[in-house]
Write a protein that binds this ligand. Structure first.
Ligand SMILES: C[S@@+](CC[C@H](N)C(=O)[O-])C[C@H]1O[C@@H](n2cnc3c(N)ncnc32)[C@H](O)[C@@H]1O
Length: 273
């Protein structure tokens, strides 16, 4: 068996890294671990109080699958917007019929996702403490056991119309990272070019708004009208979509064995009218 390729090297984790956010080695290491790491990889073995937050990508994929099954929606092609290193893309490929496409603005995330897809996995390093790091080996399903998977660099606010519209679109933890979240969503309702009528839209977001990403007037919801982001999202989508499911899904980004960023994404699944 050939050795899996090195996706990230350990020394990179401790260098000053002036890369754009999401291209930095530390961030990519955290997303690789969150998307593909086992419980053992995440917590260095043993029981851990944060263990229920493991498996975020698979849980999103399972929820979308159950909505597709309940509504009798055939999902032949799916799009994962803001895919990072592709954990949701790969989870979807376990049940989507033909093809899953991941799009992200981060060139380095896309390159890593492409490399691990091509080689069936790879190795990367996670920070332990100060200068110590640990190597993690990850694997993804072979092409014969999943739908086709591809990744491309693209902007969530200016998505390329595919030759054939997608049957499902996932936006996981990206809407509060784009400059114009409402305009991003409008791409899926305004026409059937990207998401077909009857298709499914999944929006997962912890609603962590920062002016570095979008000006406050763009944030979904409004303090003036006491409207939380959850309701702001529903107001934007309810004319063009039927709400199928609503849930909270926790996830975990590991800084080191003693520090974790826990989030609880608000997840909704919608069927386009
Ligand atoms: C918080 S991460 C979420 C990654 C992954 N979807 C998940 O749920 O773990 C946000 C991702 O969105 C990407 N992103 C930010 N702005 C974007 C844009 N305008 N277009 C496409 N991707 C974008 C970032 O590069 C990053 O990979």
């Amino acid at each position: 068996m050939t050795l899996p390729p090195a996706l990230l090297k350990g020394d990179e984790l401790f260098e000053h890294d002036a890369s754009a956010q999401y291209d930095a080695s530390r961030d990519l290491s955290k997303y690789l671990l969150m998307h593909y790491g086992s419980l053992e990889d995440l917590f260095n073995g043993g029981q851990h109080p944060l263990a229920p937050a493991h498996g975020y990508c698979q849980r999103l994929s399972d929820l979308l699958r159950s909505c597709a099954e309940q509504t009798g929606t055939t999902v032949a092609r799916a799009l994962d917007v803001g895919c990072s290193v592709g954990g949701v893309t790969h989870a979807l490929s376990g049940w989507v019929r033909d093809e899953v496409v991941g799009v992200d603005v981060s060139q380095r995330s896309v390159e890593i996702a492409q490399t691990l897809t091509e080689h069936g996995g790879g190795t990367f390093c996670v920070i332990e403490q100060g200068p110590f790091h640990r190597e993690v080996v990850i694997r993804v399903a072979e092409p014969g056991q999943r739908a086709a998977v591809s990744f491309e660099v693209g902007d969530a606010n200016a998505l390329r119309a595919p030759e054939e519209a997608f049957d499902a679109v996932v936006l996981s933890n990206v809407l509060d990272r784009v400059q114009q979240p409402a305009a991003c969503l409008a791409q899926f309702s305004a026409s059937a070019d990207i998401l077909r009528s009857g298709g499914l839209l999944m929006v997962a977001c912890p609603w962590s708004w920062y002016p570095e990403y979008s000006v406050p007037s763009e944030w979904l919801g409004s303090a003036a009208t006491a409207t939380p982001s959850e309701e702001g999202l529903k107001a934007l989508l309810r004319n063009d979509f039927e709400l199928l499911a609503e849930a909270d899904e926790p996830g975990l980004l590991r800084q080191n064995p003693r520090e974790f960023d826990w989030f609880d994404s608000h997840v909704t699944v919608w069927r386009k009218r």
